[in-house]
Design a protein around this ligand. Structure first.
Ligand code: IDP
Ligand code: MG
Length: 139
C-alpha cells in the first residue's frame, strides 16, 4: 500500500552533518521525498510529537534534546513506507541496532539516535500534520 511517513533528522544528526547521509539512504531505498524542511522545534511542538511518552522518565530530557538545535523534517512516500523506513533506521537503542541501519551505523546512545520515524500509519498521519501544511507537500 502506498503510504506516507514522517522522518526527522534529530539535532545530533544535524550537528554531526548526517542530513545528506539520511536523505541518501532514503532515496537509495527507492522512497520518494514529498516534503522537506529545516526548523527548530518549539517545546509545545516537541511535546506534542512525543505525547505518547509524557510521564516517562526519559520524556523531559528527550524534549530538552529535541529542542536543543535545528532538525530536518522529511515526509516520505512509498509502498509500505512506514515499516520500510523503520527497518532502515533500526531499533531505538543504537547498541542493539544492526550495522547497515542508520542508528546502528551512526547512533550515539538510546537518546541521541540520529533519526525519528513514525511507528504506525496512524501516528505517521498525525506527525506529518504536525510538521507540514498541505501546500508544503508534493502531490
Ligand atoms: P523510537 O524513536 O525508536 O520510536 P520511542 O520508544 O518512541 O523510540 O522513543 C522516542 C525517543 O525517546 C527515542 O528515539 C529516544 O530518542 C528517546 N528514548 C526512548 N527510550 C529512551 C530511554 O530509555 N532513555 C533515553 N531516551 C530514550
Ligand atoms: Mg517512537
Amino acid at each position: 500500500m502506498l503510504e506516507r511517513t514522517l522522518v526527522i533528522v534529530k539535532p545530533d544528526g544535524v550537528r554531526r552533518g548526517l542530513v545528506g547521509e539520511v536523505l541518501r539512504r532514503l532515496e537509495r531505498a527507492g522512497l520518494r521525498i514529498v516534503g522537506l524542511k529545516m526548523l527548530h522545534l518549539s517545546r509545545p511542538l516537541a511535546e506534542s510529537l512525543y505525547a505518547q511518552h509524557r510521564g516517562k522518565e526519559f520524556f523531559e530530557p528527550l524534549i530538552e534534546f529535541m529542542t536543543s538545535g535545528p532538525i530536518v523534517a522529511i515526509c516520505i512516500e512509498g509502498d509500505n513506507a512506514v515499516s520500510r523506513v523503520r527497518a532502515l533506521i533500526g531499533p531505538t537503542n543504537p547498541a542493539e541496532a544492526p550495522k547497515g541501519t542508520i542508528r546502528g551505523d551512526f547512533g550515539s546512545n538510546v537518546r541521541e539516535n540520529v533519526v525519528h520515524a513514525a511507528d504506525s500509519l496512524q501516528h505517521a498521519q498525525r506527525e506529518i500534520a504536525l510538521l507540514f501544511r498541505e501546500e508544503e507537500l508534493i502531490s
